[in-house]
Design a protein around this ligand. Structure first.
Ligand code: AMP
Ligand code: MG
Length: 426
């Protein structure tokens, strides 16, 4: 087991050998956020035939070669091209067909003149100039042709991708299975949220913040409840999670007399890969793999609520994303000016909870307050984690630092209407 390692090395050890989970077939309507396990090839052509991109008249461009504003050309209105069907007959030279957006071009027509550029007069329509051949016509297969690979394996299914699947008539889709995470809370002081806290008890809130973090990373969760600070109870609780892909326990990984998680994990058949990462909060974070046959990876996260969340962010989240098939495993990193001077001892990287605000061209980071690892409230206010590098002892106010963005909404301008006016009108 390695101890006192760097954040990047710890993350590398966690991801080592981790592969996307096997595929399963799910209804496309329930596949938002999932990752394709196999490429999707088109079994149809879209649009299926050349069709109109405008409301207007389908015709042959050559018939209007001599048309001008002063000498308009009048053509006979033959029929209306039906949406979603076939025209009753081919269009003859000198004829036009009324047509609406999306309707197939009648045979014989090669262009569409929009209705604003024509004047219908009973059985005839007047035109004031020649269209370019093919104008306002969508070619068959302009979007997709049969056989095209339209979505690659590894593609994340969002709104547009789900629309593409529907347009191809695909109601089922092969995606990577979601990771299953079992969550155990350990500690004699812990109670469930609806239980009595008299006598200094505290709610096992980590189970809730961690479950939400799992869900945000696309995993499903099983809450294993609270284990008491005995080896037996911990072993029983942890053993209940051996069927998961990832077992996450919080608390009991420090060096106190009641911190039994590490020995119990080893006894259950886990090999501990590391314990202790040079970071604050979260130093005691532990990671292991089940070695007694197939079984989960395990994280022993520190019990302090902020430590648990920050170590989840840095180590558990990337693993869950990899298992779910994603290729981007980390949050966006931005450079921000920090408002106050920050100081610490050299040695460990600090992740400082900050708010982020756009101020003109700058992004400004401000501490959310008390940075103790027990103060969850300052995590609730945080929009990013400012990286105070291991070797640094001071970050002077007004200088720049890297911030791992937790809430990408903050990168948008605060006033959407003004931003739109300023940005889109130019
Ligand atoms: P430990 O890692 O057991 O030393 O716990 C460190 C701190 O985290 C203690 O103040 C615990 O009460 C607190 N803690 C432990 N488990 C949880 C939990 N599931 N939810 C909230 N706080 C916890
Ligand atoms: Mg404890």
């Amino acid at each position: 087991m390695r101890t006192g390692i760097e954040v990047d090395d710890a993350r590398r050890l966690v991801l080592e050998g981790a592969e996307p989970l096997p595929a399963e077939v799910v209804p496309a309507a329930e596949a938002r956020g999932r990752v394709l396990a196999a490429a999707v090839a088109a079994t149809r052509t879209i649009p299926p035939a050349a069709c109109s991109a405008m409301d207007g008249y389908a015709l042959r461009a050559a018939d209007l070669a001599a048309a001008t504003r002063s000498a308009p050309r009048r053509l006979a209105l033959a029929f209306e091209a039906p949406a979603g069907g076939q025209a009753p007959r081919p269009l003859r030279p000198g004829e036009v067909a009324r047509i609406f957006t999306g309707a197939a071009l009648p045979e014989g027509a090669d262009s569409v003149v929009m209705q604003e550029d024509a004047e219908g007069e009973g059985a005839e329509v007047a035109f004031f100039g020649p269209p370019a051949r093919g104008e306002h016509v969508r070619a068959a297969g302009e979007d997709v042709r049969t056989g095209d690979v339209v979505l690659e394996a590894g593609c994340r299914l969002g709104a547009a991708q789900l629309g593409v699947l529907a347009s191809l008539g695909r109601s089922q889709v092969r995606v990577h299975r979601r990771p299953r995470v079992a969550i155990l809370s350990g500690g004699d002081e812990l109670v469930e949220p609806d239980e009595d806290v008299a006598g200094g008890r505290i709610v096992a809130s980590n189970a809730y913040s961690l479950a939400a973090q799992c869900a945000e990373a696309g995993a499903t969760t099983l809450n294993l409840g609270i284990a008491r600070d005995t080896r037996e109870d911990l072993a029983r609780g942890l053993a209940a999670g051996l069927g998961a892909d990832v077992l996450v326990s919080s608390a009991g990984v420090s060096v106190g007399d009641h911190d039994h998680v590490r020995p119990v994990l080893e006894k259950l058949g886990f090999r501990l890969v590391f314990w202790g990462v040079e970071m604050k909060p979260g130093y005691p974070v532990t990671f292991g793999r089940f070695e007694d046959g197939p079984g989960p990876c395990v994280f022993g996260l520190p019990g302090n609520p902020v430590s648990a969340m920050v170590t989840f962010e840095l180590f558990v989240r990337p693993l869950l994303l990899r298992l779910a098939g994603h290729s981007v495993l980390t949050r966006p990193l931005v450079r921000a000016v920090h408002a106050e001077t920050l100081r610490k001892k050299a040695g460990r990287v600090h992740f400082v909870r900050v708010t982020l605000a756009r101020e003109g061209e700058r992004l400004v980071a401000r501490s959310t307050g008390n940075q103790s690892s027990g103060v969850l409230r300052s995590m609730a206010l945080a929009q990013g984690l400012l990286v105070f590098p291991a070797a640094a002892t001071e970050l002077a106010a007004g200088t720049q630092a890297e911030v791992q963005v937790l809430d990408s909404d903050v990168l948008a301008a605060p006033d959407p209407m003004n931003a739109a006016a300023g940005r889109f009108a130019r």
